[in-house]
Write a protein that binds this ligand. Structure first.
Ligand code: SF4
Ligand code: SF4
Length: 293
């Protein structure tokens, strides 16, 4: 069994307890307009072009079998509609401007890469966090990998949008020490408008996870002009109220750190002109309700 991942992020301190290694899975069923990991959306390898690294040697142009690369004004132009993601251009690009995002690994191969971080996990109480993208799109692979982690005594966490059938989530409970789930908007229609899918299944799954006694951290990313108002945060808290004693809840401030990736992947970013949420506004919103972490 193989899984498709985009990257490993080592020494993370924001994705669960202690020092962690985060595994980013490739493929997501949501299309949150504020996403800062758009390279994880499509469940197949993708060509990335960082124009600032390009030295205009034109090697890529000559190897592309479909001739879909042209020299543009100051950067190379890739016809994304016709690019087959064969990766040949990235193999001849010595500056690193072109690269393929996404590689296949088996659970065992991934474990060999994770194993070298064991000294950090042990001392800090950390472990492995599976993120993405959406890990549950590759639930079989994730289960096999978490099984190896648990056999080796590691703390495990999954960051998921929890929008999948309960059966898929339930199967992973024995191997998952912490569930980290976003709940983004209280209104189903608005949730669909901003993320591509509704929130009814998500809310039900969060309640079921809490009911099963799973360690659960729910977060709301606060996006200016979307959900950065008192009424919306109160409405979300009200929906989570029945299980508030069984989860931790917090807000995350919107930032634009990953926005350069959209251009490098040839993708549109509808929020490209949006300013980050200020730290002051985030703290104001945190004070209005029962946020507990
Ligand atoms: S990935 Fe292949 S098809 Fe796409 S631009 Fe590069 S060489 Fe051409
Ligand atoms: S091979 Fe790389 S450095 Fe050379 S022109 Fe193409 S993208 Fe630029």
């Amino acid at each position: 069994m193989k899984g498709l991942i985009t990257a490993l992020q080592r020494m993370s301190i924001h994705d669960g307890p202690g020092i962690r290694t985060v595994v980013f899975m490739k493929g997501c069923n949501m299309r949150c307009k504020w996403c800062h990991n758009p390279e994880t959306w499509i469940r197949e390898p993708q060509l990335q072009y960082i124009k600032e690294k390009c030295i205009h040697c034109l090697s890529c142009l000559h190897v592309c079998p479909g001739r879909v690369i042209e020299e543009g004004d100051g950067s190379m132009m890739i016809d994304r509609e016709k690019c087959t993601s064969c990766g040949l251009c990235s193999q001849v690009c010595c500056s690193g401007a072109l690269s393929m995002v996404g590689r296949e690994v088996s659970p065992e191969q991934l474990w060999v890469e994770i194993e070298q971080d064991l000294p950090y996990f042990g001392e800090s109480g950390g472990g492995v966090t599976i993120s993405g993208g959406e890990p549950l799109m590759q639930a079989g692979f994730v289960k096999e990998f978490l099984l190896i982690c648990k056999r080796n005594g590691l703390h495990t966490a999954i960051e998921t949008n929890a929008s999948f059938p309960w059966k898929i989530i339930e199967e992973l409970i024995p191997y998952t020490d912490l569930w980290v789930c976003d709940f983004k908007l209280s209104d189903d229609k608005k949730h669909r408008e901003w993320t591509g899918i509704g929130n009814v299944v998500i809310l039900n799954n969060l309640k079921k996870l809490a009911g099963r006694g799973a360690a659960l951290c729910v977060r709301t990313p606060v996006i200016p002009g979307v959900n950065d108002n008192e009424d919306e945060i109160k409405a979300i808290c009200s929906l989570l109220q029945p299980v508030r004693d069984k989860l931790t809840y917090t807000l995350l401030g919107f930032h634009t750190l990953g926005f350069g990736k959209y251009e490098s992947l040839g993708m549109d970013n509808v929020l490209k002109d949006k300013e980050p949420l200020s730290a002051e506004r985030l703290e104001e919103l945190k004070k209005i309700t029962w946020i507990n972490c």
